[in-house]
Structures are given as C-alpha cells and as structure tokens.
Design a protein. Structure first.
Length: 263
C-alpha cells in the first residue's frame, strides 16, 4: 500500500452545503473538497478525523460501529438538524489508534457515543457522498498543548502506510466575532501566510513554528481559542518528513480559509 498523505481542511461555518445561500458563498470550497480524493494514491480503507469540534480531558477515540449525528451549531434552519450522514465507524481502527497512542506514552480513552459533527460530515460528505467510507474520530485534548498534539500525529503516522487517511478538520481563521468584518481580512491572510510558511518547511522547523504559533502575526486575533488550529498540529505531526503545501484558499465572510496537504 502506498503511503497516504495527510490533510488539514478548513471546513467552514456550520452545515453550509445544505443551505442554498451558503452553497454560493462556499462554491470554491465545495468544488475543492470534491476533488480531494483525486490527490490520494487509492481509495482509503478508512478515515481518521481530528475535528476542532470535539475535545476532552484526555485524547479520546470514537468506537461506535454506527456513529450518530452531532448538531453542534445554533440558529440554523430546522432541516439542518435532521441531516444524516450514515457512514460506518471502524472499531478495529479505533482500537489500533488507542494502542498506538499507548505505545507513545499518551493516554487515550474510548467513547462509544461520539458522532459526526459538521467538521466531519461536511468535508467527508463532499468527498464521499455515498457515506460508505468508515470514519473514526479522535478528540483534541482540552489542555491545548500544541507540542502534545504534534506528538499524537507522530504516534499515528504508521496508519498512513495501511491505507488510512488522516484528516485534521478546523479553520485557519476562527474568531466568531471577526467574521464579516473588513478588518479581519488582513488578519486572516497574515496569519495564514505564517501557517503556509510553516507547513512548507522541513519537519523540524515546521513543528517549531507550529508550537510557537502565538508568535505569528495577529495570532490571537485569528484564534482567540485554538480549538480549530490544533487539528493542523496532528496532521503535521503525522506528516513526518513530508512537507506540506496549500491545496487552496477560499475567502468567505471576509476571511481567508486555507486547506493543506502533506505528502
């Protein structure tokens, strides 16, 4: 099996593919997400998703064979709370992820009830609309230690040689008070330029820049909380010596939203 790349995807706001006006706003993102499977060497056996919408006191893996839906958004049309993405889970992969973290000295717990939030079912739904791709979720750790999230990526990197696609799902800009404000546009582009420089570097410099992300221009204006940034740390850690590149950048709500591939 050829080694798979890892992705970091800026998944956008809420259940946008299911709202007509939002589909227009995110037309570029939708087109690019649909193309992502073409970047892979083969069809994955399963996808491991690290989403900015699930964090726990310890790293936690989803073990359900039939994950439910998680409607973790507010104020959207009623029909968006009835959406279904019935992709299967993969308990065997979940057990392997937990074992790999244990070998690396990282505590990992299990959650049999965790389901698909919009950071999962939006990008994966566009990539695999038939909902036939097994998906396992791995949480963030709520202490938000960037270096530890890179270590998690390093611990699970071997999955790439087993036909598993590792996806970090977040946003390169995530300040809820900053969307649709003209002053946020340069903030989002300046911060993304730092991230793009980091991911394009060799792994030692890349990891150092990601650990020191708060030194980037406008860092805390772009991410008052780093929940949507930490999935990038996991994807980068799993990349090993493979450098990253920007797949595309979209501008929605007056901010840049970039997505990257490693390998």
């Amino acid at each position: 099996m050829t080694r798979f790349p890892t992705f970091f995807l800026s998944h956008g706001g809420g259940p946008w593919p299911f709202m007509e006006d939002r589909r227009v706003q995110y037309a570029k993102t939708a087109e690019e997400f649909r193309r992502l499977p073409q970047l892979l060497p083969a069809r994955p056996k399963a996808v491991l998703v690290i989403t900015g919408h699930w964090e726990a006191d310890a790293f936690t893996v989803s073990t359900s064979a039939h994950p439910p839906m998680v409607y973790d958004y507010y104020g959207f049309p009623e029909h968006t709370y009835q959406l279904k993405y019935p992709a299967p889970g993969d308990p065997a992969l979940a057990a392997q992820v937990k074992a790999l973290l244990a070998v690396a000295g990282l505590d990992c717990r299990e959650d049999a009830n965790q389901g698909f939030d919009h950071g999962t079912f939006v990008p994966l739904g566009l990539m695999y609309p038939n909902a036939d791709m097994p998906i396992v979720l791995l949480s963030l750790k709520s202490s938000y230690d960037a270096a530890e999230h890179i270590r998690v990526g390093q611990a699970i990197a071997a999955l790439r040689d087993q036909g598993i696609l590792i996806v970090g799902s977040g946003l390169t800009y995530h300040n809820m008070r900053g969307f649709n404000r003209a002053e946020s546009r340069p903030v989002s582009y300046d911060f993304e330029a730092y991230l793009n420089e980091a991911i394009s570097a060799g792994d030692a410099r890349r990891n150092a820049m990601l650990v020191d992300w708060e030194k980037a221009p406008s860092a805390r204006l772009a991410h008052p909380r780093e929940d949507h940034l930490l999935p990038l740390m996991v994807a980068a850690g799993a990349a090993g010596h493979d450098t990253g590149r920007r797949v595309f950048v979209d501008e929605v709500s007056q901010v840049a939203m970039a997505s990257y591939v490693f390998g």
